[in-house]
Design a protein around this ligand. Structure first.
Ligand code: 13P
Length: 255
């Protein structure tokens, strides 16, 4: 059975002290309360906190993630953080291709593909984000657009490598807006994406890949979303900043 994920993306929020409290609270609650052995809780915290917070993890149900990385091993890339650096402080997962990085920092599919390669070469798990704008959905080109993001950033991988990637479908119109995709809309896109993977890699490979939904996931709608057959969890922004809400989200998978 493919793995289920409750992944929190803190984005650029929380001071060190606030973050330390939040991270410890989630870790302790998850350790005590999360009983489904197939669920992994991942927290993507700001880069300066990674080294310190990774030491707070007291259960293998929790992993720490970075929100970005640079594809080069080292060198003159002021302000950037390499995969090797992240690995050396206990990071296991890295979010890449988030729509905020694509939009505000001009990241292209090609650059994101290079990050995928660097992460897999370093033994870390990419959480690859994709998703359409409202205008693209209204124009009816959303399926083709997101399939294109896959093709451009992932389809150079062989089947073994592809199966090490976690996907997060995050429709841009649902991020931070309080407007979540309905569970039917999420399921519909996830199925299209899984079929797209199957068309190149075969059904068995496609069935092994976790596809998370992101966009206004909260404690109130996670159960319905996670009940969908092709929705393997959530990438959670705002609600991951509240320890009780995020823990409840992690407990929202069908038994
Ligand atoms: P929200 O849950 O705040 O909508 O953010 C989603 C997101 O962008 C997670 O990466």
């Amino acid at each position: 059975m493919r793995k289920k994920y409750a992944a929190g993306n803190w984005k650029m929020n929380k001071t060190f002290n606030e973050g330390q409290i939040l991270f410890s609270e989630v870790t302790n609650m998850v350790k005590d309360e999360l009983v489904n052995p197939n669920v992994k809780v991942v927290m993507a915290v700001p880069a300066p906190y990674l080294s310190s917070f990774s030491k707070l993890i007291n259960t293998d149900k929790v992993s720490i993630a970075a929100q970005n990385c640079h594809p080069k091993e080292s060198g003159a890339y002021t302000g950037e953080v390499s995969v090797g650096m992240l690995k050396s402080v206990g990071v296991e997962y890295v979010i890449i291709g988030h729509s905020e990085r694509r939009e505000y920092f001009g990241e292209t599919d090609e650059f994101i593909a290079a990050k995928v390669d660097a992460l897999l070469a370093g033994g870390l798990t990419p959480i690859f984000c994709c998703g359409e704008t409202l205008a693209q959905r209204e124009a009816g080109i959303h399926f083709d657009f997101v399939k294109g993001q896959f093709t451009n950033a992932l389809f150079h991988l062989d089947a073994d490598a592809l199966q090490k990637v976690v996907i997060a479908y995050e429709p841009i119109w649902a991020i931070g807006t309080g407007v979540t995709a309905s569970s039917e809309q999420a399921q519909e896109m996830h199925k299209v994406l899984r079929d797209h993977l199957a068309s190149k890699y075969g059904q068995e490979v496609a069935d092994n890949i976790s596809i998370l939904y992101g966009g206004s996931v909260g404690a109130g709608n996670a159960k319905e979303l996670f009940a969908m057959p092709d929705v393997d969890g959530g990438l959670v922004g705002g609600a991951s900043l509240k320890s009780r809400d995020f823990t409840e989200i992690a407990k929202s998978f069908p038994a």
